[in-house]
Write a protein that binds this ligand. Structure first.
Ligand code: FAD
Length: 461
């Protein structure tokens, strides 16, 4: 039986192991962290995420969508908080039943790992960190617990880590290795080092992010509207908040690293307090732990990663953030990673005896969409932090919803296509540009026509 060695049991790793297990492949899944069920929170990433149609579809194929959605909180639209504390609610879609879902990362991670472990041919090994891949023999080099680790996994300098004796490096050989090890993938770094012509590009935003908490009310209730994604848009930066099942909200501040008002210049409790009082006055009374959270929670960076190709012969391929990390402003990184799993599974089914062809097809079916999503995600940052506050933006959303209702199936707003359909990202972006040209072209034409008739009336008098 064909054996896959998977590196990384994050969101996509667990799901992919379940897909491969279902197809009857032998799967060995290696994860550098401890088992999340032992109380180890998946650190370094958001506590909760927005799950939407593409991700739900991927979970449905394995029969675990209901299990996941049972713990989700629907978010039916954006709740915009202006500086005076006024609220404006903008539904995500003209159809009130369309919503995105706030889910806990740790719970979702556990669900997908358990889904994989239901297959006896899937074996999960926690506390195993991949340091290198021998591409031609599809062999992963791993460092197990108790072995001294001196080099960051994000930058493994050699096949054997400094301070680790070669005897302590475990070699896991498969027919193919799949890197599902996130944005700083060790598998991708091995490909980058060893494959001449491997294309790689990473670009960081000037903004970082920090997670903060609004705890539950005394009776365990939510202290703001529960079924909404809250946004405090402030032009060059913003804060958002997603609800959690325990009554709390996880807030994320996206703010410049450097500059006159930035993470770099806001250090003392007084400075932090003043900044929040100025910018988010309605949130401050709900955040009793603000100063502690701000001081103790890490400031993360936001990276877009593009690379090509995503595979090497029939030996190695990349899935999820390892292949295409995107900034989080469309809430699609995980959804896209889940969609990768569906497409890779389809390609393996289409070419069961030609894995190289399956990997090549998977890459060619996904690459354009990953690029399109990367662009959409950056553009949506500008929309969320700046435009959502404006009346023009709200009018545009109303026009979108009007046209969607008036022309069902013909006109679909971009957000709807990305979030509530499985139209490939690149096709959605192209269709939105075409729709915009027609709508704004027609509006301009109408305006000119009305102006013409008004002028005619005036001059014919
Ligand atoms: P990861 O989830 O990062 O998993 C990688 C796994 O590999 C981890 O478990 C890691 O420990 C393991 N690993 C790494 N290196 C090694 C190694 N050398 N050896 C062994 N194991 C290793 N997406 C959405 O769809 N909706 C959202 O609302 C959303 N919000 C986000 C908010 C923020 C602030 C951020 C930063 C991201 C957000 N995302 C969101 C994106 C989402 O988190 C990622 O796209 C998703 O986690 C990708 O899944 P993955 O399995 O590819 O990578």
């Amino acid at each position: 039986m064909v054996k896959f060695v998977l590196i990384g049991s994050g969101l996509a790793g667990g799901l992919l192991a379940a897909y491969l297990g279902r197809r009857g492949y032998d799967v060995d899944l290696y994860e550098r962290r401890a088992d999340p069920r032992e109380g180890n929170i998946v650190g370094g990433r958001s506590i909760n995420l927005a799950l939407s149609t593409r991700g739900i579809h991927a979970l449905e194929q394995l029969g675990i969508a209901d299990e996941v959605l049972r713990h989700a909180i629907p978010m039916r639209g954006r709740m915009i908080h202006d500086k005076s504390g006024n609220l404006h609610f903008a539904p995500y879609d003209v159809d009130p039943n369309k919503h995105i879902n706030s889910i806990g990362r740790a719970a979702l991670n556990t669900t997908v790992i358990e889904a994989a472990q239901r297959y006896p041919n899937v074996c999960v090994h926690f506390n195993h960190r991949c340091t290198d891949i021998d591409l031609d023999s599809a062999t992963a080099h791993l460092v197990a617990p108790g072995v001294k680790a001196a080099v960051s996994a994000a930058n493994p300098g050699s096949s054997v880590e400094a301070g680790v004796s070669p005897a302590n490096v475990i070699r896991a050989r498969g027919d193919a290795v799949i890197g599902v090890d996130g944005a700083f993938s060790a598998v991708r770094q091995s490909m980058q080092k060893k494959l001449p012509g491997f294309e790689y590009d990473e670009s960081y935003l000037a903004h970082g992010y920090k997670e903060l908490t609004i705890p539950p009310g005394p009776d365990g209730s939510w202290r703001m509207e529960k079924e909404a994604l809250h946004i405090w848009p402030r032009k060059s930066f913003m804060m958002i908040a997603l609800p959690n099942p325990d009554g709390s909200f996880t807030c994320t501040l996206f703010w410049e690293f450097e500059g006159p008002r930035s993470f770099a210049t806001t250090k003392t409790n007084d400075e932090v307090r003043r900044f929040f009082d100025d910018e988010f006055p309605d949130a401050v009374p709900l955040m009793p732990n603000l100063l502690d959270d701000f001081e103790n929670n890490p400031t993360g960076s936001l990276v877009t990663i593009r690379c090509a190709p995503w595979h090497y012969k029939d030996k190695v391929t990349l899935v999820g953030d390892a292949a295409h990390a995107v900034v989080p402003f469309y809430g699609q990184g995980m959804n896209a990673a889940f969609e990768d799993c569906v497409v890779l599974d389809e390609c393996l089914a289409e070419f069961p005896n030609n894995r190289e062809r399956a990997f090549t097809e998977y890459f060619s079916r996904r690459k354009e969409d990953a690029n399109a999503l990367a662009d959409l995600a950056v553009e949506n940052f500008i929309e969320m932090r700046d435009k959502t506050a404006s009346k023009t933006f709200r009018a545009k959303k109303k026009l979108d919803h009007f046209l969607e209702a008036a022309l069902p199936g013909t006109y679909l707003p971009l957000y709807t296509m990305v979030t509530f359909t499985r139209i490939p990202y690149a096709a959605a972006a192209r269709r939105a540009r075409f729709q915009d040209r027609i709508v704004y072209g027609s509006l301009t034409f109408l305006l000119l026509l009305v102006t013409f008739f008004i002028l005619r009336l005036v001059f014919l008098r």
